[in-house]
Design a protein around this ligand. Structure first.
Ligand SMILES: Cc1cc2nc3c(=O)[nH]c(=O)nc-3n(C[C@H](O)[C@H](O)[C@H](O)COP(=O)(O)OP(=O)(O)OC[C@H]3O[C@@H](n4cnc5c(N)ncnc54)[C@H](O)[C@@H]3O)c2cc1C
Length: 416
């Protein structure tokens, strides 16, 4: 155990009993086991299989499975806080874990608040019971490949998914390609978004389907290699679906409900940030330990120079600003957020993703050349944190675009 304090002090941030229990469990697991494995997972660009065995044994694969289905029943905020503690010690594990957890969070807590006719909800209940049983009882892992590449990508939310589902007896036939399919070759199910084809109609975002495609199904293929700058353990290769049969009861959300969720519960997309909140904290923690001569194997104290103290002060400010905004936004996550909450939401996404890398950059500058050797974690934190601002649907540039528009235009307003 590292002896690291929680990122969010339970007393100061008035954490709930559930939040304290879950953040303690993830921090102990990640600090105790994942941290030591992170370097080789990164160097070899291999999937953190052992970490998933540990997550499974700790019951954490079901963190967002509702209690009545045998899971841990984490709230949205409790999940975010717990996941940040994982990101602090292994970015690739936290990021892939998020892809898995979203299948439960979106079909669970989020779906419960969405409008559905009674019969549709009853169908959803029976289908999700099956998904959750696979996770809780059988330890199965879900991934979440949405991205398709191309000049205008559906993952940004503006055009329909090009991956299609054709209705057939008992289910659908799915055809398409997903790029950056994290957990490819390692997930048991690919939770894909696709568009149901309507005869004679062009593809519509309203007909988005969120389906669990069994990794072993005929027609599923993983292609290409994975040798990126950062987040190397995510194994985000390309998944191909060639006329794959997917049964009716593999719908993770009822047809059309993803579209409603994306429009009314936008905080659902913020769940990529806990990983990077953890990385931001890790860059700061490393710097303080390194300069105090407390990092294992680095015993010289390097804290005496004023310039280093100034830099650490700037890092401290950046971290506290990031934490404060993020904590507010994960606390106010809800259906149908106000305009101000939406502005803060995009602001939090931008801030966490940019500041995580900003902190890692400043950490290297402050600690110096010896700190960026591969024997230390800082250069990995720098590379992993660089990936946050690229992630759809809310890249840093898309956040800026939306904040600017939302700040200047009220609903329905347009220029002549
Ligand atoms: C480590 C890692 C893991 C990932 N894992 C997954 C995963 O599991 N599942 C998944 O679905 N995806 C995943 N992604 C993919 C990610 O979300 C993006 O889809 C991917 O990075 C897009 O790459 P691209 O080259 O197509 O960039 P583009 O989408 O072409 O983006 C390039 C630039 O164009 C801007 N841009 C793009 N679209 C718009 C728009 N509509 N409006 C304004 N500006 C726009 C962006 O801001 C960006 O600056 C992962 C990415 C990384 C880095």
């Amino acid at each position: 155990m590292s002896g690291d304090l929680p990122i969010f002090d339970p007393g100061s941030f008035a954490l709930t009993t559930q939040e304290i229990a879950l953040t303690t469990r993830t921090r102990e697991l990640a600090a105790g086991s994942f941290a030591a494995r992170a370097a080789t997972i990164d160097r070899d660009a291999r999937f953190p299989t052992e970490n998933y065995q540990d997550l499974r044994a700790a019951g954490l694969l079901g963190i967002c499975v509702p209690l009545e289905y045998g899971g841990l029943g984490a709230t949205y905020r409790a999940y975010c806080l717990a996941a940040a503690e994982i990101g602090r010690y292994c970015g690739a594990t936290a990021l892939t874990f998020n892809m898995h957890v979203c299948s439960c969070l979106w079909s669970g807590v989020l779906a419960d608040g969405l409008d559905m006719p009674e019969a549709v909800r009853a169908g959803h209940e029976s289908r999700r019971r099956k998904h959750y049983a696979r996770i809780v009882n059988d330890g199965k892992i879900y991934s979440q490949p949405f991205s398709e590449g191309g000049a205008i990508t559906a993952a940004a939310g503006t055009v329909p998914f090009a991956t299609t589902a054709r209705r057939v007896d008992g289910g659908w036939r799915v055809t398409g390609k997903k790029i950056f399919a994290s957990l490819s070759g390692h997930a048991d199910y690919y939770g894909i978004l696709c568009t149901e084809i309507e005869e004679g109609e062009s593809l519509s975002r309203r007909r988005s389907l969120y389906l669990a495609v069994p990794a072993a199904a005929e027609g599923v293929k993983v292609v290409g290699d994975w040798d990126p700058l950062g987040m190397r353990g995510t194994i985000s290769r390309t998944a191909i679906f060639d006329d794959v049969f997917v049964a009716d009861d593999e719908a993770i959300m009822p047809p059309g409900i993803y579209h409603q969720a994306a429009a009314r519960w936008p905080h659902m997309f913020l769940t990529l940030t806990p990983t990077y909140m953890g990385l931001a904290q890790a860059a700061y923690d490393f710097t303080v330990k390194y300069l105090r001569g407390e990092w294992p194997g680095v015993t010289d104290k390097r804290r005496g120079m004023a310039v280093k103290q100034h830099n650490v002060a700037h890092m401290h400010l950046l971290l506290e600003q990031t934490k404060a905004l993020w904590f507010q936004v994960i606390s106010e996550a809800r259906i149908d957020p106000s305009r101000e909450q939406l502005l803060r939401l995009y602001g939090a996404q931008y801030t966490v993703m940019e500041n995580a890398n900003g902190l890692a950059q400043r950490a290297i500058r402050t600690c110096g050349g010896q700190s960026m050797l591969k024997s230390l974690p800082l250069e990995r934190l720098y590379r992993d944190s660089r990936c946050g601002a690229l992630m759809l649907p809310w890249t840093a540039d898309i956040c800026i675009e939306r904040i600017g528009h939302l700040a200047l235009y009220r609903a329905g307003e347009a220029d002549e």
